[in-house]
Ligand binder design. Structure first.
Ligand code: ZN
Length: 204
């Protein structure tokens, strides 16, 4: 039986229209909600702000780096034999030092702090068994008279590392001076080689 066959299409149409209205409404709401999007875009304008933080972060990194720098001002690590001479003021055995007979042109630096101490041009053959120089690089060496006055100790002026002793009046060279230096207190850099940076003592 065609019982109100027309009703169904109408209801369908009505339902369709209502749904359509709903969809339009939702779409409208969606658009309304979409409008704030520019504020999201305005957030994308703030990328200027976020970079400021990474830059601060970089500052922190560089601060950390600068904090790490003092580690590099630690003196060169010494072997027990070097420490016995440089720190404990010991003396290496005669005629065994690696620089006793070295005649190559170059510079001798402090093994502990890299301060240039002696030029090979001032090295001479003393036959005493230790490297001998009749002059130091100006300002590099400090003299300390022994308590009994018999000898004068020489130390690196920068780090106070023990070098050896200085003797005057032996008439071995025209300068009449002999710096008797332990090979273990020094490190040799041949002429033309770049000298290492001097390591300053840490502030007390
Ligand atoms: Zn030194």
């Amino acid at each position: 039986m065609p019982k109100k066959p027309g009703h169904t299409p109408r209801r369908v149409l009505l339902t369709f229209l209502m749904n359509a209205a709903l969809i339009v409404g939702i779409a409208a709401i969606g658009c309304a909600r979409a409008k704030p999007m520019p504020t999201l875009q305005s957030n994308t304008e703030t990328p200027d702000a976020p970079p400021a933080h990474p830059i601060e972060g970089d500052d922190e990194m560089s601060a950390a780096d600068s904090n790490a720098e003092p580690i590099r001002t630690e003196y060169n690590e010494l072997t027990p034999a070097e420490a016995r001479v440089i720190v404990d003021k010991g003396t290496e055995r005669a005629f065994v030092g690696e620089y006793t007979d070295l005649k190559d042109p170059g510079t001798f630096v402090c093994r502990r702090c890299n301060t240039p101490l002696y030029h090979s041009a001032d090295k001479f053959e003393s036959h005493c068994g230790w490297p001998s120089f009749d002059d130091e690089i100006p300002g590099a060496v400090r003299r300390i008279r022994d308590i009994d006055g018999s000898r004068t100790e020489i130390v690196c002026k920068n780090c106070d590392g023990h070098l050896g002793h200085v003797f005057l009046g032996e008439r071995m060279t025209n300068k009449n001076t002999r710096h008797c230096v332990n090979s273990l207190s020094m490190k040799f850099y041949a002429e033309g080689k770049t000298l290492p940076a001097v390591i300053k003592p840490k502030p007390e």
